[in-house]
Ligand binder design. Structure first.
Ligand SMILES: Cc1ncc(COP(=O)(O)O)c(C=O)c1O
Length: 415
């Protein structure tokens, strides 16, 4: 592991010089911003979160925060259920509680109730889809080299144990060209290709894929289009019918800001005969003979979290997220030792932005230093992609916070 070469001393001296001169306070140190000012600069709801005071959290792509009202919803339900633990069994009402969330999720994502299922994560949903396909030796899966492990392991399992063949197209981080991606997918399809499995938004760079076009192409060739939507739902507008994919898995604990260990799974009516996960074989209900007892309290919290997103409006949230993301893009441009790999503002951009670091700066050390020294939480990118950092911007983040992040990164990397 390469050591992180810190510029901390230089940064601190610039801060103290600034403080001495009455400068810099609001530009590079949110710790110096009092609670009142922070509330004013934040969205009206910023007090509804439990962040450590002064924390600048640009990491929803890893895990989103639960709002206080979401936690209260889950805690109340949990206490109620534990008053007689048997209440977790369906006939006591826990089932109808969880079903309420399924109804909310189906409405939010624009599908029918019977096409929506509750899971524990994106990975759990992708595994369910893959298992439900019952693939056999010689079947082919077409995917990309930018898939997250949570969307890729299920196919690797089939490759290892069932002789399924994986065809992987390369999408170099930073290429950001939808036409090239569509062309590569078109050229890589073979006679036995049964599935095209792609992310809606790449975990690596935040590149937004043209899922509607890929789904239409897959459909025209009799191939199933399966989407890993971990980084999309709650971050941008997602309408499953408009996307036209056959199955879609996402997380409750990222952009939806639901309790950890919750997720959503969509299987379109058209694909129902082909994709039959064991746990939903007899029923798509949240609690059924194929799932066993579920965490009804957290699932109820997920419903509350989705209702909050609906109340603000997903179009408004997307607009906010992209606006501060694009602002950060402009501010990170031209920083020495940093290359932005995410697309410029436009249809391929999402609320996540990733940059390449030089080889001599180790990404996990760098992000740990940002958290320890500046109370700034961002994510090191996965090693298999590149030595980089990723910023995620959501509804509770502000322009001031992304300006702060850019200033800190600029100072730490040197001008
Ligand atoms: C694209 C993608 N897929 C899947 C996952 C895994 O999500 P979960 O932990 O909900 O399974 C992630 C997590 O970062 C992701 O970015």
């Amino acid at each position: 592991m390469k050591p992180y070469k810190s510029n901390r001393r230089k940064f601190l001296s610039s801060v103290s010089a600034g403080l001495a001169g009455g400068l810099l306070i609001n530009t590079i140190s949110p710790h110096k911003i009092n609670a009142q000012e922070k509330l004013v600069m934040a969205t009206p709801d910023n007090g509804e979160y439990l962040f450590t005071p002064g924390m600048v959290y640009l990491n929803t792509g890893t895990l989103g925060p639960c709002r206080k009202d979401t936690i209260a919803e889950s805690m109340n339900a949990w206490e109620q259920l534990e008053s007689i633990p048997l209440k977790y069994y369906g006939r006591w009402g826990a089932e109808s509680l969880a079903e309420k969330t399924r109804t909310t999720a189906a409405r939010f994502l624009g599908c029918e109730l019977d096409e929506m299922m509750i899971t524990t994560s994106t990975t759990n949903g992708m595994n369910a889809i893959a298992q439900g396909l019952r693939l056999k030796a010689g079947d082919r899966i077409l995917t990309t080299d930018q898939e997250h492990g949570g969307g890729a392991l299920c196919w690797k399992y089939y490759e290892k144990y069932n002789g399924v063949v994986i065809d992987t197209i390369t999408i170099p981080p930073g290429e950001n060209n939808a036409e090239k991606i569509l062309k590569r997918i078109g050229e890589a399809v073979k006679t036995n290709t049964r599935v095209i499995s792609i992310s809606h938004i790449f975990s690596s760079t935040g590149l937004r894929l043209p899922v509607d076009k890929i789904s239409a192409f897959a459909g025209s060739r009799g191939i199933l289009c399966i989407v890993d939507g971990a980084q999309a739902v709650g971050a941008i507008k997602v309408n499953l019918k408009e996307l036209g994919c056959h199955a879609y898995a996402t997380s409750g604990h990222k952009w939806l800001m639901g309790p950890k260990g919750t997720g959503l799974l969509y299987i379109s009516k058209d694909a129902r005969d082909l994709i039959r996960p064991m746990q939903f074989e007899n029923s798509h209900n949240t609690y059924n003979d194929g799932t066993g007892v579920v965490n009804s309290a957290c699932i109820l919290g997920l419903g509350k979290a989705i209702e909050y997103i609906e109340s603000v409006g997903i179009a408004k949230i997307e607009e906010h997220n992209l606006s501060i993301r694009n602002r950060l893009y402009e501010r990170l441009k031209g920083i020495n030792n940093l290359s932005i790999l995410s697309p410029a503002a436009g249809p391929l951009a999402s609320p996540m932005l990733a940059c390449l670091l030089p080889e001599n700066i180790e990404r996990t050390e760098f992000t740990r230093m940002l958290l320890d020294n500046h109370n700034l939480s961002i994510r090191p990118t996965h090693k298999q992609w590149f030595n980089g950092i990723r910023f995620s911007m959501h509804i509770f983040n502000t322009e001031k916070e992304v300006d702060f992040a850019a200033d800190v990164v600029r100072e730490e990397l040197g001008r």
